[in-house]
Write a protein that binds this ligand. Sequence first.
Ligand code: AMP
Ligand code: ZN
Length: 142
Amino acid sequence: MTDCIFCKIIAGDIPSVKVYEDDDVLAFLDISQATPGHTLLVPKTHVADLFAYDTALAETVFARLPKIARAIKASDPRILGLNVLNNNGEVAYQSVFHSHIHLIPRYSEDDDFSIHFGDHTADYTPAQLEAIAEGIRAKVGD
Ligand code: AMP
Ligand code: ZN
């Protein structure tokens, strides 16, 4: 896709700091470095978001995650953990519409990266949870 910044990175038209590459994926440092080593894994095929993946592309991309995660962790003994984050849609904080997976190494609970999960446990009855799940189950394809 000609006006896609990540397609331009994959094509070598704009620079990136690469950490892994094969025929199907590229991993490179996120320019914003939420924590040191913050890496983006992208399919070389232009696909906007997770909703557009087929099974083959998912197998290709997600199968690469463990070895890249292990390499990041092994690169610095200060890294104690790692968050994997994949934003889909503007409402979910996606800003580049070429699908990418963030790998964010964690150094401590105070390393200036946080995720907030609101706790709404008390807001739902079992019947409401069942109705939500049934709505999703009814839409699961292959
Ligand atoms: P998201 O908000 O999930 O769409 O994340 C997009 C990410 O792409 C952000 O964390 C940006 O810092 C990163 N980014 C944007 N342009 C570049 C670039 N040229 N090289 C590396 N990372 C980039
Ligand atoms: Zn693209």
